[in-house]
Ligand binder design. Structure first.
Ligand code: NAP
Length: 520
């Protein structure tokens, strides 16, 4: 049985806290344990800022990009081992494991390419310069320079590889050292990746550290140049944002939290149309991929009232046919939830939905009912589709069930009504729209954009093209307003801004422009 250690101060340190057991979610066997602590968080932060940060800032964007590329290759070289580990330690199918591991190496490679294009630069120029005085001699530019702190990254259990490395890619390229804290239930995957990173020797000392188990003690030691990027529940997000030291020092905080993502089917889309096929395959994929443990998974499916029965039957047929079982088997389409806690939470969440909805397939009482493989052990739950009796049913718009669970919400077909229902979710990561009517689509998109970090627009022109709405791409921002945390990650070079200081420079144009913002 492995005991996970922390990689801090340039070495692996055993924890001294109480042990938390790690389980194989398929068999419920104990496969390891985590012990937190074993280090002084103030020293770990100082090591990051003074040793890692100094070395990273001495590098150009191009040099940091080369390091990200080498990291991507080092991790990719262990791909098969990591996929097997993900199946065992996180209960993912091989396809879901690839989604996490390849997503991680792909995002590192994407940021390597963004950085390569910046070459020997050491700061970014933000927008065009501007004349500030009577003549152009008094000139203004905005630059983005690396801050001098460390990034404390608190990650969720559902994407142990991608979540850690999409954050690290942006920070490291920006010149910021990282301290990564993985979600405990699947920390074994992040820990193995940390070993690969440490063994690769690609990053300067202190640029990357990993702390396993509870790490809230770091919050007391963060200073005004440090930052926190968090992914997880709104409840934990509120604790971090409201921490006294974080508030006192105005520590930068980026939060990626819960989201009741909506998919809206337009009134023009007939069953059997290409756009309907796209809707059906995306909704069922996003519900079952990673066993629904995806912050971007669809939770609310808005359907015109006169189509409810047909849409319900189409989706339920696919979901009921999903082969649930041992994720190591090729024929399995959906594995277990990642932990016993998750299983309890998802079952309780379905039971809450059942009070205001009718169950079309799955349900809280049928752990794997409707699925083909019946398991005696493991944290399994059946894909569950509910139909809200009332479109404004409160629990549907208020409670995120973090599993393979979604609810059909009836609406009239009117775009403004759909927008007001989407808004009941209080702000989300992604909303998807399916229609071949441009005027209707435009009106809905304008209505839901203020509530959405991303809007995915599906039509027959997109059939067989592109990725499903639940897939986060490094080129587009990830984050959302309100309940979703109000944060923003990725989005190409936008993802670096969180780690950089935007500074306005004012002075003689001949100096300010030629030195800090030279035209290529
Ligand atoms: P969680 O309980 O909030 O935990 C998230 C992370 O915070 C874990 O690393 C956890 O560590 C840590 N943590 C918990 N309490 C803490 C504290 N007091 N101080 C410092 N760190 C603390 O969330 P979860 O249940 O693991 O994740 C599921 C949730 O994440 C869902 O609600 C989902 O919507 C959300 N999520 C959002 C996104 C997004 O991008 N917006 C992506 C994925 C998931 P331990 O594991 O050691 O407790």
């Amino acid at each position: 049985m492995e005991t996970l250690t922390s990689y801090v101060l340039g070495e692996w340190r055993a924890g001294d806290g109480a042990a938390t057991a790690l389980f194989n979610p398929t068999t419920e066997e104990t496969i390891g344990q985590v012990r937190s602590g074993g280090y002084d968080p103030a020293r770990v932060l100082a090591f990051a800022r003074e040793t890692g940060g100094t070395a990273l800032r001495a590098m150009t964007f191009g040099e940091r990009a080369a390091a990200l590329k080498a990291l991507s290759k080092a991790i990719y070289s262990k791909r098969d081992e990591l996929l097997d580990l993900s199946i065992r330690a996180a209960g993912t199918t091989r396809g879901d494991a690839k989604f996490d591991i390849d997503g991680a190496t792909g995002t590192l490679a994407a940021y390597a390419a963004y950085g390569e294009a910046l070459g020997s630069r050491r700061w970014l120029v933000d927008g065009d310069g501007v004349q500030l005085g009577r003549t152009p001699r008094f000139w203004g530019e905005h630059v983005l320079v690396p801050r001098l702190g460390a990034a404390f990254h608190v990650n969720a259990f559902n994407f142990p590889a991608w979540n850690m490395l999409e954050k690290a890619a942006c920070a490291l390229l920006a010149g910021t050292p990282v301290i990564e804290k993985p979600g405990t239930p699947t920390a074994m995957v992040a820990w193995r990746i940390a070993q690969i990173i440490a063994e690769s020797g690609v990053l300067p000392k202190g640029a990357y550290q990993l702390v396993v188990g509870s790490a809230s003690a770091f919050l007391d030691h963060l200073n005004s140049q440090d930052s926190i990027a968090f992914t997880g529940s709104s409840a934990t997000a509120a604790l971090l944002r409201g921490h006294a030291n974080v508030v006192r020092n105005n520590v930068r905080v980026n939060l990626e939290a819960d989201s009741l993502n909506a998919a809206v089917l337009g009134p023009d889309v007939e069953i059997g149309a290409e756009s309907f096929g796209l809707f059906r395959s995306n909704v069922t994929l996003d519900m079952t991929q990673k066993t629904g443990q995806k912050c971007t998974a669809v939770r609310r499916i808005l359907v015109p009232k006169d189509r409810i029965a047909d849409v319900r039957d189409e989706l339920a047929a696919i979901l009921a046919d999903t082969r649930v079982g041992d994720p190591a088997l090729n024929e399995t389409r959906m594995g277990p939830l990642a932990s016993k806690q998750q299983l309890d939470d998802v079952r309780a969440g379905i039971a809450r939905l059942e009070k205001e909805c009718d169950v079309a397939t799955g349900g809280s009482a049928t752990a794997v009912g409707g699925a083909k493989a019946i398991q005696q052990k493991g944290y399994f739950v059946a894909p569950t589709l509910c139909v809200a009796r009332d479109g404004r049913a409160s629990v549907v718009h208020d409670h995120e069930v973090f599993g393979p669970v979604a609810t059909i919400v009836p609406y009239s077909g009117d775009a403004s009504e759909a927008a007001s229902l989407v808004a009941l979710g209080g702000g989300g990561l992604v909303a998807s729209v399916y229609s071949d009517d441009p005027a209707w689509t435009q009106s809905l998109v304008v209505g839901i954009a203020p509530w959405s970090g991303r809007v995915w627009i599906g039509s027959e022109k997109l059939a067989d093209q592109g990725t499903a709405p639940g897939t986060v791409l490094p080129a587009s921002i990830h984050g959302g307003p309100g309940r979703a945390g109000g944060g923003e990650e990725l989005g190409g070079l936008r993802g670096l801004e969180f780690y950089l200081q935007r500074t306005a420079l004012q002075g003689y144009q001949g100096f300010v422009q030629s030195v800090f913002a030279p035209k290529a």
